[in-house]
Design a protein around this ligand. Structure first.
Ligand SMILES: [Mn+2]
Length: 316
């Protein structure tokens, strides 16, 4: 697919991604926006997304995103859905439905392709990788390259997850040739934490225990501790992954109290344990190496219950 092929006689373009936008969603929408604004100055382009995470606001023109999903254009000549099918575009779906022509670019295997024209490639690392594919490489600039690179970094966990392919790295190589500070960009969109987040990470690591001959590591944060730091659930992202990076550990379990006798549990594994199976027993789900569930009971009940199933798998 070449996006330039869909822009003849087009005066208005709408763009949207999925609800609760992440790096790939914002990166793909904004790189497409910046490309159209740069190369088609006479086309009106509107991007519709919910409020974006603070760490993505460095992307050029992200302050021009329409957050209230109100537009004086009733029917866009072209509407582009990125990083999702039309059903996940939230309040932008009405614009998609009313558009004269629609294009859907996505990398989710569950998306059958919801546009008049579709470029859905489940083997791609990210929607941003696919946006790079459809743009004319001669007409990309540094700001477009940064936006594309952002989504590739966040969706691959900094080129680490199994969705990272040789093609991903080839595209990333071409993007960094634009000369931006990719080290700072990676720190900013992926590794940086607030002081509060680092403090609560430290607390969780300090109070963790190892069980099953050190093959499993467990930690819990109580509601009282959350309140003490003024932490919300998103401040706990990444704790369970950090715990797994302990030598000798095959499985990490992190629980936090959401209400009295109610815990949200995250599980990670290096492959020795299928944590999706464990989470599934408690009504949760996920992937083999990353899963989650909610469990009721005291902290000790919750951990003992889950450990039974982890132990079972490790002994198999
Ligand atoms: Mn994505």
């Amino acid at each position: 697919m070449r996006i330039d092929g869909y822009l003849t006689n087009v005066g208005t373009v709408g763009i949207s991604g999925h609800v609760r936008p992440d790096g790939d969603c914002v990166g793909s929408c904004m790189s497409m926006y910046l490309y159209l604004k740069k190369n088609y100055p006479n086309i009106r382009v509107d991007v519709f997304l919910e409020k974006i995470p603070q760490e993505l606001t460095f992307i050029k023109d992200s302050d021009k995103i329409n957050n209230d999903f109100v537009s004086d254009v009733e029917s866009y000549d072209l509407f582009i859905a990125l990083d999702c099918g039309k059903e996940r575009t939230g309040d932008a779906e009405k614009f998609f439905d009313a558009a004269k022509k629609t294009v859907n670019i996505d990398h989710h295997v569950s998306n059958p392709g919801t546009g008049d024209e579709n470029y859905v490639v489940p083997t791609a690392s990210s929607a941003c990788e696919l946006v790079y594919d459809v743009l004319d490489k001669e007409r990309i600039d540094t700001e477009i390259a940064k936006a594309i690179y952002t989504g590739m970094v966040t969706d691959t966990g900094v080129f680490k997850y199994s969705n990272t392919s040789p093609k991903t790295m080839e595209i990333a190589a071409k993007l960094i040739a634009y000369g931006f500070d990719f080290g700072s960009l990676i720190d900013h969109v992926f590794y940086e934490k607030t002081y509060l987040q680092n403090q609560i990470l430290g607390r969780a690591l300090l109070e963790s225990i190892r069980i099953l001959d050190g093959r499993c590591i467990v930690s819990v944060i109580s509601k009282q501790t959350m309140d003490f730091y003024g932490a919300v659930s998103s401040d706990l992202d990444g704790i369970v992954s950090q715990m797994l990076l302990t030598i000798g550990v095959d499985c990490s379990i992190f629980a936090y109290e959401t209400a009295p006798l109610e815990y949200k549990v995250s599980l990670r594994s290096n492959g020795a344990v299928d944590v999706a199976k464990v989470a599934g027993i408690f009504g949760g789900g996920g992937h083999q190496r990353a899963a989650g569930c909610s469990v009721n009971g005291t902290y000790h009940d919750v951990i003992n219950n889950i450990m039974k199933y982890v132990q079972h798998q490790l002994e198999e």
